[in-house]
Every structure is written in structure tokens, then in C-alpha cells.
Design a protein around this ligand. Sequence first.
Ligand code: ADP
Ligand code: MG
Length: 240
Amino acid sequence: MIHFSRVSKHFAGKAVVRDLDLNIAKGEFTVLIGTSGSGKSTTLKMINRLVEHDRGQITFADEPIEKFRAQDLRRRMGYAIQSIGLFPHWTVEENIATVPQLLKWPKAKIRDRVTELMELLHLDPQQFRKRYPHQLSGGQQQRVGVARALASDPEVLLMDEPFGALDPVTRATLQQEIARIHQLSGRTIVLVTHDIDEALGLADRIVLLSDGQIVQQGTPLEMLTQPATPFVRDFFGRSD
Ligand code: ADP
Ligand code: MG
């Protein structure tokens, strides 16, 4: 569904992503992991053209991504990030409905979809629909962020450390919810994290980045039992 072929990205002359080859199959849960600054967020943002790659080719559904208007791409790919980015003067309902509103869905359909998503993410619609972001806990805000990313039923869900800065219990709950959403919908998910347990628990396939390059990719079991280099062994060894 998403294909990178020798993709690079430079900032101020410095390569932050180098010669990346990556295939993300439809329905697959891919986790990009690596230390801070390894190029995870940049890689993710190149998929929805928040960042334009400068070498190589990226395709989505067999078309070069340049063929899609950035705004169309972003409607087809939900995007949830750590800093959430909820609109402070909009209610929970209005925040979740951002993309359906842009797509001019009928009001009743939007309302039903918001209710459905709030239930999916365990946010009581009665209680929370009309609240503003500042009236929610951090975990509830993250849920709204994920619900918003899912609202138009996008083909792809991109998430950049969406559970960062949450307490371990809330984090575990949200991880379970994402796993359940993936099982229910079979949606293609690309998640960025630096949390090894999160990667091992959620991924069909883990892609380990270091210094803008893929060091190894494989199933969680492969990464643990067949590390390609001492770096990979040490990286995953930390979770023992
Ligand atoms: P990660 O998400 O793995 O922490 P990033 O993809 O955010 O890494 O960043 C990779 C490298 O690219 C870092 O060295 C970062 O400072 C640099 N970088 C990212 N975005 C920009 C930007 N807009 N301008 C300049 N440098 C950037
Ligand atoms: Mg990042």
C-alpha cells in the first residue's frame, strides 16, 4: 500500500533519512522505532506529505505520492501525534468531526460517526461530547486525537508517539484500544514510538531506524531472536 524506494531527506544539507526502502502492506501494523533523532517522524511525515522527500520514490496505492494533492492524501490518512493538536475552542465533538466536516458529510452521519468513535475509544458520548479539550485529562485528550484521526475511516492511520506523556496505565489501555481497532478494521497502521514494549506488543512488523537508515526490519519475534547486529540486540535487549 505504501512503498518507499531509496528515499532520502535532507535538512540544511544534512541527510536525516537515507536510502530508505520500505514496503507497508495493506492491513499491516508497522512500527517505526529508534532512538531520538533517528528519523522516525520525518519518515512518517513523508507518507502524508507533511514533509516532502527529496530523493527516491514514495508510492501510495501504486501511484507516486506527488500525484495526490497533499490535502487529499491527508484525508485518506488519519494522523495522530503526541502533542495532540486539538482545537482548544472546539468541543470534543467538533474536534472529532474535523475531517467529516471538510468532506461535507450530512450532519446526522457526522453525529453518528462521532458517537461510534467515542464509544470505540471509551469516551462516554453523553458526558464528553460537548466538553472542551481543557476539560479533559491528558489520556482523554489523546483518545479524542485518535478518534479524530479515525473519523473519516481513513485507509491508513499514521501515529507519532500518540501515547507519549501518559501514565503507564492509561498508555496500556490506549495501546489495547489501538490493537482492537486494528483487529476490527484491518486498517493499515504506521506507528512511531521509542518504546520497545509498545513496539513488541503492537507490531506485525518492526522497522528499526538509526541515523536515518533501516538497521533491521522483521516481526517482533525475529527482532528479538535474530538480531542482525549487536546494535539491534542491545536495542531490544533493554526490554528484558
Ligand atoms: P525522530 O522522530 O526519530 O526523533 P526526526 O525525524 O524528528 O527524528 O528528526 C531526525 C533529524 O532531522 C533530527 O536530527 C532533527 O533535528 C532533524 N530535523 C527534523 N525536522 C527538521 C526540520 N524541519 N528542520 C531541520 N532539521 C530537522
Ligand atoms: Mg519524532
